[in-house]
Design a binder for this molecule. Sequence first.
Ligand code: FES
Length: 156
Amino acid sequence: MNDRRHFLRQAAAGIGISLCAGTVTSILAGCETDESLPNVPDGSTFTFDVGAEPGLAVVGSIIETPIDGLTNPPTVFITRVDDTTFAVFSTICTHQGCPVSLPSEPGDLCVCPCHMAAYSPVDGSIVRQPLSGSATDLPKYRTSYNAETQILTITT
Ligand code: FES
């Protein structure tokens, strides 16, 4: 009888360990999901009407905006680099996924309020690492601009 109880306790402990291990594995797998990746296949294209966006009228300006059809990230930064060149990059911090803020003043950095990582408003490159750990550049998208129609095409 004692042997049987001992066996049952050992089996229950083993199941518990297996469940815990499975749960931990699931949690870790969830943590590995890169929230910064777009929700669409590579090569998908989207358009944005620059002519309808007064916030991009001046070279050096930057806006945060959703893009129709792109839900992850929910918004992107668009910077007007020069008259016909735009940079488009994710607003999701590459450290732990917080939303990065627009620069508070022209010429300031895009700062993540969670751990203070800072990114260039020109191209989303990492300028200051977070208080602990590390971050990489914000994912950037390929763009092409039609100056006649003022339509910006964004490719994931
Ligand atoms: S999540 Fe942005 S700095 Fe940590």
